[in-house]
Design a protein around this ligand. Structure first.
Ligand code: NAG
Ligand code: NAG
Length: 382
């Protein structure tokens, strides 16, 4: 090799980015999750209303704080890291936070709420800023308790070093969109406030970074226009349904949110050079499940497994697990189907365990991520 080609070889080597495959898996010691019911493993059940039976029927065989017949995407993530399922931060009983904590609660939004959950369009008081405050407190007090009380408590709480090495996961935004529709705003009015929602999201990711978070895994929002709780409450004109029965205006808006989110994640990547941020296109996968359900082993794309009545087996006043008082006894009306595994939708709002598992198996490969890095490698900046 002459000196010229040697120099060329050295140059090429130094310009070639380290191949992701040559890198080691991240071995995340913990997951800290922020979100809504798509990833709530017991928060709202501890705080306000318990997810009633038949939630949990397929896997836990009893209600397990999840609005699902079984496990959620975040459960499959924890499992794939060899970690236990995440305890909800708000759960005072039997929680074990040694490998992370879940700050998500059902009905949470990114923006702080101005109306209560009891009003139309109302969402959970545990909005993303509150979830951050919980995390901030958890980070400090978990270490105080470990150091002061030791022993048993050490096995319940994460090590100090886990915070910098953990994966911080986010799945939130859906309720910021639906709260607008359900309080009678037009699609345009909701579109107008999306930038504020995204700005708040960006601010909170920066706050988590300021507390030592470095690895962020961010799901975009799903096709809400394919969910019975939107379809049945917000009918659109016949020309506004796509060929799969989803309401186009609501899906378009979800995509507007997602485009903005992707941009915000890119901005955060520039603003936080020591952090790794992965944007995950969960929307496409959820939409594929609806549009190509047969190909992927599902029989029912829109009709809910657990519910009662109407075109979608969904009634907003009497949902999954809903009961009616008959002759002094509570009788279950919002019943589950026999085979949840052939339904995409569990209860009109949430996906079945079978759907969640299918989605997880796709997202873990990195094929739906920006940058396209597998889940176990999501600590490596491209
Ligand atoms: C908490 O979970 C970890 C991991 O599964 C386990 O090693 C530890 O013993 C648990 N702590 C208690 C008190 O159960
Ligand atoms: C939304 O509009 C419907 C129909 O006009 C009305 O019944 C309902 O009270 C309105 N909801 C809110 C929150 O304004």
């Amino acid at each position: 090799m002459d000196s010229h080609s040697l120099m060329f070889a050295v140059l090429v080597l130094s310009l070639t980015p380290c191949s992701v495959l040559a890198r080691k898996p991240c071995n995340f010691p913990a997951i800290f999750n922020f979100g809504d019911s798509n990833s709530d493993t017991g928060g709202l059940s501890a705080l306000l209303w318990q997810a009633p039976p038949p939630n949990g029927m397929s896997y836990f065989h009893a209600p397990a704080g999840r609005y699902c017949d079984g496990r959620l995407i975040v459960d499959f993530m924890a499992k794939s890291f060899g970690l236990p399922y995440l305890s909800a931060y708000l759960n005072a009983l039997g929680a074990n936070f040694s490998h992370g904590a879940n700050f998500a609660t059902a009905a949470s939004s990114i923006r702080p709420q101005t109306i209560t959950l009891m009003q139309p369009g109302g969402v959970s008081p545990i909005s993303l800023d509150v979830q951050y405050n919980e995390f901030y407190d958890f980070r400090r007090r978990s270490q105080t308790v470990r150091n002061r009380l030791g022993g048993f408590f050490k096995s319940l709480l994460p090590k100090e070093t886990s915070f910098g090495r953990a994966l911080y996961t986010f799945d939130i935004g859906q309720n910021d969109l639906t709260s607008g529709y359900f309080s009678n705003m037009t699609v345009e009015q909701v579109r107008d406030y999306i930038p504020q929602v995204l700005h708040q999201f960006s601010t909170i990711v920066k706050w988590v970074h300021s507390q030592g978070g470095r690895f962020f895994w961010i799901h975009n929002t799903g096709p809400v226009g394919c969910l019975p709780y939107v379809l049945s409450r917000m009918p659109v004109s016949p020309s506004d349904y796509d060929r799969y029965g989803c309401a186009i205006p609501f899906n378009d808006l979800a995509q507007t949110f997602n485009c903005g989110l992707k941009k915000v994640v890119a901005e955060l990547r520039a603003a936080l050079p020591d952090a790794t941020l992965t944007y995950v296109d969960v929307y496409s996968l959820k939409y594929t499940l609806v549009s190509q359900h047969k190909k992927h082993g599902f029989e029912f794309p829109l009709r809910t497994c657990c519910g009662h009545g109407g075109k979608y087996n969904f009634n907003v006043k009497l949902g999954c697990g809903g009961t009616k008082r008959v002759n002094g006894k509570d009788v279950l009306i919002g019943k589950a189907c026999k085979k949840p595994e052939v339904y995409v939708n569990w209860d009109g709002i949430h996906y079945t365990e079978a759907a969640n598992k299918w989605i997880f198996n796709k997202i873990k490969t990195g094929a739906y991520s920006d940058p396209p890095i597998p889940l176990e490698m999501a600590c490596h900046r491209d």
